[in-house]
Design a protein around this ligand. Sequence first.
Ligand code: 4AD
Length: 467
Amino acid sequence: GRVWTDIGDLGEADAGRSVLIRGAAQAMRPVSKKMAFLVMRQSMSTVQCVLVATAEAGVSTQMVRFATSLSKESIVDVEGVVSVPKEPLKATTQQVEIQVRKVYCINRAIPTLPINLEDAARSEAEFEKAEQAGEKLVRVLQDTRLNYRAIDLRTPANQAIFRIQCQVENKFREFLSSKQFIGIHSPKLIGGSSEGGAAVFKLQYNGQPACLAQSPQLYKQMSICGGFGRVFEVGPVFRAENSNTHRHLCEFIGLDAEMEIKEHYFEVCDIIDGLFVAIFKHLNENCQKELETINRQYPFEPLKYLEKTLKLTYAEGIQMLKDAGTEIDPMGDLNTESEKKLGRLVKEKYGTEFFILYRYPLAVRPFYTMPCYDDPSYSNSFDVFIRGEEIISGAQRVHTPELLRKRAIECGIDASTIASYIESFSYGAPPHGGFGVGLERVVMLFCALNNIRKTSLFPRDPQRLAP
Ligand code: 4AD
């Protein structure tokens, strides 16, 4: 068989070698009847291919014409010899060229694509520079990108974003596995809402009312009752919220964990500390190419975080906001604006953009949250913030059936819809706690992207069910 080479692997060491590549025809530049350039792309990498009509190369003028008439984004095979150009190449990622011997079109793209990929890959700064120079470039709108996501995903930044997402997920599994957590898969078709509230997708399950799981909450806790000690799950989470914001989706990927606790729910915070410091380190050390690629289109400052994650009480957070002039109800929840402001204040005072805020008022937490032993108007719960936005919420859970039933009723939940969950705690259940993370939010905020739709492959928001 023939030996295929990945475009991203091509380098000066290949000079003189015959190679065979397959990629998308990104740009065609005719120079004369006898010469043309063809830029080929594969994932985040591009290479310049040079066609010169000569007898010794076996290249005809027809072949040069054929190459320049290819429609953009057609899938093309190129056979040729690697050479090192005299001048560094600005337009491609690879610093070598391919002197073409043969070109085959494997599958043509339609002549006019709904998105111009070069425009879709430009940074805001490039648009501004072009405008100042009097050039007319068209920005690709978010909705247009999402309508034609199969093209939009081909931009280098998007290729990098989903590689980062995969790394976060892998590291989550790897780290928790190393701490004796077991991966589980809980049902997504369930009988009653798992988080309470109206944000539930309802459906019929063989004639019985049912809903899509708003989280693995009830089942990860029942797995602790089932004797697993420590569990994690990576899976879809469904929220029927009519929230048209930059950070809400109707379906997202939940990274969940639940564990027995021996003395204090800070044991859960310690896991989060180790886990996220490991994730950030891994991304910074092993995903430089991806981060640089994202940075070229969407420039951002690296995340500031401490080796030992900062923990602040909710009351301290409220006090910092008050001192900075924000009027705020100390027993209410933080709104988006106060969260952002607190993020800025904490960064100024402690030099970190990643911190845990704990001991929330009980009234703003779900029914399964453990009240504080010393003051039941507060709870053994916490949220975690990156760059002033929430990415995690977690808590110690109520592990006695009596209190659980009481709290469910107080929170307006029909206890009969979660009867088997409550009963699970009557067979002997250890004290436990856990947390839930939104994967898309982690990637969005680590890279300081402005919209969660950028980090969801095919986002589902209140307006979008296709593609
Ligand atoms: O804060 P939430 O709703 O908490 C739970 O689901 C609990 N069962 C977690 C626990 O173990 N106590 O969701 C957890 C995380 C949030 O911090 C946020 O990152 C993300 O999930 N999230 C969303 N992401 C995208 N779109 C939405 N609509 C989200 N809602 C929550």
